[in-house]
Write a protein that binds this ligand. Sequence first.
Ligand code: NAD
Length: 481
Amino acid sequence: MNLNAQPTASLFIDGRPVEGEGAALPVFYPYTGQEIATLREASTDQVALACQAAARAQPAWAALAPVDRARVLSRAAAIIRARNDELSRLETLDTGKPIQETLIADWESGAQALEYFAGLGPTLTGQMIPLGRDWAYTRREPLGVCAGIGAWNYPSQIACWKAAPALIMGNAMVFKPSEETPLGALQLAAILTEAGLPAGIFNVVQGGGAVGAALVTDVNVAKVSLTGSVPTGRRVYAAAAEGMRHVTMELGGKSPLIVFDDASLEDAVGAAMLANFYSSGQICSNGTRVFVQEGIRDAFLRRLAERAATIRMGDPLDAETQHGPITSPAQAEKIRAAIAAGQAAGARLVCGGPGEGAFIPPTVFADATDDMTIARDEIFGPVMTTLTFRDEAEVIARANATGFGLAAGVFTQDLTRAHRVTAGLQAGTCWINAYNLTPVEMPFGGVKQSGIGRENSAAAIEHYSQLKSVYVGMGPVEAPY
Ligand code: NAD
């Protein structure tokens, strides 16, 4: 099978593909370990050039009528849809995620973001503020050049989720995908260009943390939107603060999923599996601490083990495969170390385990306690930790006893309890009788260490624009001098 995924060039600057001048960046297909492309990182000069190109192009883009910007985004969404099969295949090669997932969840979600913000942008207006004789109005203005930095789990979706609100508001963007998954962002740049985006408005640079750091502190960058881990978030937030840059931080989590004993067992088990095993568990908002009420615990674990045993692991390009490899060998080893730590701490392995090579099977721990590392640290792999609880107040306190605050879920048939519990949970996104659904219409983001700002929905607009107030004097100036 031909797995060559070599792009025209590694970077995309000022409307065209440009080869990187930095270190070699090999790209591996996680399933076979085969090298499918060799890119080159951007040099520091190339990062600066990309930011300069963005700064040059941005004012003319911002001066367009919103419908004219929207048309470009809509066209890009249509191109993505028309090419979804080939784009999804590339996403699978880049990440190792099963094709049955990438066909429906990755570029499709990116297309929805482009459509949504294309629709929303032209409806945005300022405020007129009557002040008696005088009046004031507000203008929502772009920030200028925005830096986007992505994680490796949803590379193309992340690029679209950042580009769509940024671009519709009249900003330009320089995007750096994760060094593990550099291919999708280049496709987005080409698609946006084909859709009519002017040169310089969406640029792609490649590289690891050092290239990211150069981008964050570039003199032309007004805003940084990062999707990544909490430690990286801290570094990027601090670096951005030096230049008083705006930030959006979409970081990690250890989210609770609470199952009360009146919940629909099948739904709760299905959601717990989705919340831990989709994308081989490499999802920031995963509900990795599954709190199960005593009365339903045994039935829950039994059914979970039965259903987890039916998950089909294998070749990600096979349409039947439901569980693919971990995206990078280093990440697979981190997950194995976490599983070993869980076993060493005395938690019981209900199913799964360390697996082999790039594969880690769906893994469930029972009899865990809150102080174990498997119940505290983000693993970012297909590892579910189940914990038992007695009552509502106890489970809310335990669910909140973490530095993270990305997401949470509650399964119960009791309407008032569902809303009371979600009100008490310290999380940016909560689901009731559902999990991990992130429609573009709904704000998404974290509280506490899990982040700052929101992606998706109208709330994202606030993070890619700033308000200007204009006071209009309608009469003589009354000076006391
Ligand atoms: P990571 O923090 O290692 O890297 C994220 C990105 O930051 C990469 O592109 C990396 O090159 C870059 N980077 C690293 N150091 C940098 C620096 N000093 N300055 C600028 N950029 C730098 O994260 P990862 O391993 O790629 O992704 C997994 C993490 O991302 C998990 O913690 C996961 O929860 C989180 N994540 C969060 C969300 C969300 O929306 N909240 C979504 C997906 C993933």
